[in-house]
Design a protein around this ligand. Sequence first.
Ligand SMILES: Cc1cc2nc3c(=O)[nH]c(=O)nc-3n(C[C@H](O)[C@H](O)[C@H](O)COP(=O)(O)OP(=O)(O)OC[C@H]3O[C@@H](n4cnc5c(N)ncnc54)[C@H](O)[C@@H]3O)c2cc1C
Length: 384
Amino acid sequence: MTLSPTTAPDPRGLDDAGTVDVAVVGAGQAGLSAAWHLRRRGFVAPWEPAAAGRRTFVVLDGEDGPGGAWRHRWKSLRMATVNKVHDPPGMALPTVDPAEPSRDAVPRYYAAYEREADLPVVRPARVTRVESSRPDDGASPLRVTLADGRTLLARTLVNATGTWTKPFWPYYPGQETFLGRQLHTADYVRAEDFAGQHVVVVGGGISAVQLLAEISEVATTTWVTRREPVWRDDEFTQRAGHDAVALVDERVRAGLPPGSVVSVTGLILTPALRAAAARGVLVRRPMFDRITPDGVAWADGTEQHADAILWATGFRAALDHLAPLHLRGPGGGIVMDGTRVVGEPRVQLVGYGPSASTIGANRAGRDAAREVSRYLDALPAPAK
Ligand SMILES: Cc1cc2nc3c(=O)[nH]c(=O)nc-3n(C[C@H](O)[C@H](O)[C@H](O)COP(=O)(O)OP(=O)(O)OC[C@H]3O[C@@H](n4cnc5c(N)ncnc54)[C@H](O)[C@@H]3O)c2cc1C
């Protein structure tokens, strides 16, 4: 066997892996948690000498290195300014310098975690398509195709692909005529890039207000949102967090799309945001109606010049590769029971909906490992 997690993948390596019991797709917090729990349950990498007769798993990650989406966070999102990164199972996050950018500290930690827990992560391995290997047999292994053409058969799939790779840009008339710069949160690097400019920040979520606050230190800004933002002045207690997760869980059980985090948590007034409010920055205007070459315009005839429009309009679940499985129902979402896709018992979704946080991802990883074990236990012996 030529493929190992620490060597450059041999193009034939995954084919040599035969049919694995579980393919975990994505190595952010959710995928790492699932992988850790699978290891704990005795699953091994297909290339391990001890693999014969054991259940096998691999982790396929689209990145060039460890860290999941944290590799791409903007530089000023420091360990002191993230909400909280919860320890993945089995290994505590070491004490870090609060001033260190999260995009350095978290990937360094995940790299150590993958090594210590001996997780069989293959990268870069971007999955482009997952389908039934026998379309008329809902218990047949799934065929997993990678961007480079490699394929793998997997009896079950734990999908942990997060949202970062699927930024959401709404369309407004005139968008293509704008002569300034348009960018999404996913493209944002540093406030200094906008020094002396006028920036229109679009969006009512946590990223929008954080970026608005920091850009407003070096540029003038206009803030627009579709709905009036809901601020919460109280502390975001464990109880409030629990209630927010329960609301999202209810939505996905009913087959609705999960909705944004802030729609259930509200916006928390952090010290940085209080300071921005005191500078008069958090004055929200309703959404503009169209984009002009020079800026944005409202139906009442008012216009605002802009050098840049920052679309802090969120992300969607990165599930395009699962389209051949037709998981979405009429409500636009995927009917879920915990991490299990109700209509497709071979697939678990972790880091999706109620588990889209580092703490939720930890629990979902554990639950998904339990669910796939149950599924494999119930498979008729000849199919294994
Ligand atoms: C700006 C920002 C700040 C946040 N701060 C916090 C915080 O402080 N605390 C908190 O709990 N949560 C925070 N979150 C939410 C956070 O994203 C999650 O909590 C968690 O880190 C997501 O983990 P994940 O494993 O689901 O996804 P990710 O970390 O996004 O990992 C997904 C992985 O899957 C890979 N992938 C995607 N598609 C494919 C594919 N087709 N094939 C193979 N691999 C693929 C990606 O490349 C990536 O490596 C924040 C989110 C944002 C946007």
